[in-house]
Design a protein around this ligand. Sequence first.
Ligand code: SF4
Length: 56
Amino acid sequence: MKREDCIGCQFCTDVAPDVFRMNGESAECFGDVTESNIDAATEAAEGCPVGAIEIE
Ligand code: SF4
């Protein structure tokens, strides 16, 4: 993810809390994307208002 683009809205950390967490004013990816959270991670990526999240 592109942390420099993050505006700290916390959408991703709300939607996929086992993948994303806040670190200071921006979110970071700290967990692995697995079958159990891929849907939430994808929703977070699609809903990020600045497109800072890419699922590979
Ligand atoms: S959804 Fe996007 S802008 Fe909002 S906290 Fe997550 S990475 Fe940052």
